[in-house]
Design a protein around this ligand. Sequence first.
Ligand code: SF4
Ligand code: SF4
Ligand code: SF4
Length: 250
Amino acid sequence: MKNKPRVAFFDFACCEGCQLQIANLEEDIIGLVELVDVVEFREVMTGTSDSYDIAFIEGSITRKQDEERVRDIRKRSKLLVAYGQCAVTGGINRLKNNRESLDVVKQEVYGSDASLPHLETEPTKGVSEVVPVDLAIPGCPVNRDEVLRIVKELCLGKMPRIPDYPVCVECKIRENVCLFDEGMVCLGPIARAGCGAICPSNGVPCDACRGSVPNPNKKAMHEVLEKYNYTVSEIIRKMNLFGVEPEVKE
Ligand code: SF4
Ligand code: SF4
Ligand code: SF4
């Protein structure tokens, strides 16, 4: 293919698990490099570039210099894609925003090293809170098949669609017994699908790592909780795990 899109992958505050999902595409990586020129990807290569057709950003923004860096990448890229929940909402890193002070968080994490200058930290932000984002790929980690589909669609000039229906839909398709009937609290009725309901299919309740569906059916969620004698505060606590603002309130 002529004029393959120049694609770069960048990381900010994160565990790098989403980059690993791409690096571990195995035989599918051949299909990927036939479609695009990967010009920068710190985790797998040493080259760098000055401009990109698509920049994929992993990780949350937690320092002033992160904001400057992501603004610079934005200027040099035609399309900017936030991938992984850290980049989309701040992800698990956002938990620190709920604590009484960042100094307490630093003290708990770094102990006597907390005042070292390179451990400076600010409230966590998702990438779109700093620069405009063209597309957000949810998940902790991202689903690599979904990322591959999205790259293909972007190469074809299409704007990919992310599922906007709940995980329960995929769970029902897989004919699982509902985990509420097994005595567990599952966020499937309000969580964004696209993962194939992988957790409930393996006996683990959904924690909405892909965020919430737009306009979740709050009434139905309340009814489910009431039926199984659970409280809304139990799901609000679970929603906070991946930096998702709970839309279902008390
Ligand atoms: S979204 Fe999850 S897997 Fe991806 S970088 Fe963040 S913590 Fe790691
Ligand atoms: S196990 Fe979870 S995702 Fe599956 S049907 Fe029940 S609530 Fe929905
Ligand atoms: S089932 Fe829920 S927690 Fe598990 S991968 Fe899917 S969205 Fe994430």
